[in-house]
Design a binder for this molecule. Structure first.
Ligand code: F6P
Length: 364
């Protein structure tokens, strides 16, 4: 393969630049010409292709976001739009694509290389990049580690002021329908309670969980009454409603003479930004290495996954040169992703069980 292009798409994730850098340097080092697609699939459909040179990517490993820009492109669900994208690549003599992104981006990659419509013979390899950690098969996606560190840093700061005022803080974090960020950051920031969508709690149960943490803290002698609650955005109760119901329940239980105060912080897109952690730089660079080697040796419709996947059927996983990485059939990845999101995946059941065990420890 003489020419390939790199594309970042969907919600950006810290470490995308590290992946672009490694893919470019490796590609050029192996004698290929490397191009960047600006603004994800939207840019691909518009033919926004730029040559990528080593000197342009040399120091981007430290930068958050993505130098190529990103977008969510709903039009890419339509075949004629994908035909246009393939035509732009073919006209530029580009035979391969490295797709860096989350579920939507990998679904786009599956569609653009679908043998039923891929008349140009385009090849593509995907890299999982999403702070949500909701991509099937890979144990970590690019960006997850930095996002956890960002949340923990924010929660440490919030804990300082919460302790000073003996307050309860509800901190909402991103993660779409996946509770991974909430759970892992709750452990690392010593939160008193965590709310994540996989638990599927009713509104009453949610309020009970948080109220139990607040009441326990207020009944402890000689210790701060600070309470830190991490709520995943996928838990379907607004922070305002939770705050209102919580205050009413706690007052009813502890009595109106006991002073309790609740504040809410929604971290929002702060969680997606910032310099990538050392682990994210490493995951991104090593996955990019595996992806480029695979693409140049003629592989297609695979995703480079971090850590060997468990229980994958034969023929769907290929070992990569890097012992921490493997190549997994894209259809299998997306089937597993759907099972993770609807809760039927054994992996999610296991995650949920671990979460439940940890929840009791958090309440201490
Ligand atoms: O998928 C990454 C993510 O940051 C989610 O955690 C969040 O729900 C969503 O993207 C936000 O999307 P947007 O930036 O389009 O508002």
């Amino acid at each position: 393969m003489k020419r390939f292009a790199i594309l970042t798409s969907g919600g950006d994730a810290p470490g995308m630049n590290a992946a672009i850098r490694a893919a470019t340097l490796l590609g050029v080092g192996k004698g290929a010409e490397v191009f960047g697609v600006m603004h994800g699939y939207e840019g691909l459909v518009a033919g926004e292709l730029v040559p990528l040179l080593p000197k342009e990517v040399a120091s981007i490993i430290r930068d958050g976001g993505t130098m190529l820009g990103s977008a969510r492109c709903l039009a890419f669900h339509e075949r004629p739009v994908r035909d246009e994208a393939r035509a732009h690549l073919a006209a530029a003599g580009i035979e391969g694509l490295v797709v860096i992104g989350g579920n939507g981006s990998l679904t786009g990659m599956q569609a653009i290389t679908d043998p039923a419509e891929n008349t140009t013979g385009l090849k593509a390899i995907g890299l999982p990049a999403s702070i949500d950690n909701d991509v099937g098969v890979t144990r970590l996606a690019i960006g997850v580690d930095t996002a956890i560190n960002t949340i923990v840093d924010a929660c440490d700061k919030i804990s300082d002021t919460a302790s000073a005022h003996d307050r309860t803080f509800i901190v909402e974090v991103m993660g779409r329908d996946c509770g991974y960020l909430a759970m892992t950051s709750a452990i690392a920031s010593a939160a008193n309670a965590v709310l994540f969508p996989e638990m599927d709690k009713s509104e009453d149960e949610i309020v009970d969980t948080v109220a139990r943490a607040v009441i326990t803290a207020h009944r402890r002698e000689g210790r701060s009454k600070k309470v830190l609650v991490i709520k995943a955005e996928g838990v379907r109760i607004t922070t305002d409603r939770l705050q209102e119901l919580l205050d009413a329940k706690v007052k009813a239980e502890l009595g109106h003479h006991v002073k309790t105060e609740t504040r809410v912080t929604v971290l929002g897109h702060v969680v997606r930004g910032g310099r990538p952690s050392a682990l994210d730089r490493q995951i991104a660079s090593r996955l990019a290495n595996v992806a480029v080697q695979a693409l140049l040796s003629g592989e297609t419709r695979m995703m480079a996954a971090w850590l060997p996947p468990i229980g994958m059927p034969e023929g769907m996983v290929k070992p990569a040169g890097d012992p921490q990485c493997s190549l997994v059939d894209i259809d299998r990845v997306l089937t597993e992703t759907r099972a993770m999101l609807d809760g039927s995946s054994p992996f999610v059941k296991w995650r949920k069980k671990v979460f439940q065990e940890v929840e009791d420890v958090l309440a201490l």
